[in-house]
Write a protein that binds this ligand. Structure first.
Ligand SMILES: [Zn+2]
Length: 189
């Protein structure tokens, strides 16, 4: 299938009602809209955007909009896509909760009514819900890509300064979090 600008959107093979991530490679500047809300409207369901880097043997991943009411990460991705910059390595953006975010007036619903919280679907027990399958699809793709790092961007529902959460405390995770904030929480969740 293709979106309105002619960019190819390829659905991954999937069982029954589960359609997986749409794959969108190197979207051009004309196809991503002027605002974050316009960008959201260009997306048709869970989306994996692949940006080619100078060294395609390396990859880094960014996940955001696991929750449809947390738009900051999508805004950041949209701003990055507007930049005429070829990244050093391949970049993979994963934007799962597009359908929830699109519910009018936009970015209000954490998840669709009667759907599970996607961010609670990454550990067993897994079931057959679309959210569980989407989480497992994301894990399958990330495992296959073997990126150097994965960043998952959220907004908090409370009022707090920005902070990073890591399950490991080492120099690399410390360096990664320090790109965003000097506050780092280490927890095995
Ligand atoms: Zn969240």
């Amino acid at each position: 299938m293709a979106d309105s600008s002619g960019n190819k959107l390829v659905e991954t093979a999937s069982p029954s009602d589960f359609s997986g991530f749409h794959h969108w490679k190197n979207p051009d500047h004309q196809s991503i809209g002027e605002t974050t809300l316009e960008f959201l409207q260009k997306l048709s369901g869970p989306t994996h955007i692949h940006i080619s880097g100078k060294d395609p043997s390396r990859a880094r991943a960014v996940v955001t909009l696991l929750h449809g009411n947390e738009p900051s990460g999508l805004h950041a991705i949209h701003e990055m896509l507007k930049q005429p910059v070829e990244p050093a390595v391949d970049i993979h953006y994963f934007i799962p909760s597009v359908d929830a975010a699109k519910q009018a007036p936009g970015f209000i619903y954490r998840m669709l009514p009667h759907h599970k919280d996607l961010n609670r679907c990454f550990t067993p027990p897994y079931n057959e819900s679309g959210q569980d399958q989407l989480a497992q699809e994301l894990l399958r793709i990330l495992t296959a890509l073997a990126p150097e790092c994965v960043i998952d961007i959220h907004n908090t529902s409370g009022s707090s300064p920005p902070f990073g959460i890591s399950t490991f405390m080492d120099e690399r995770h410390d360096a990664l979090v320090s790109l965003f904030t000097h506050r780092m929480i280490v927890t095995d969740l």
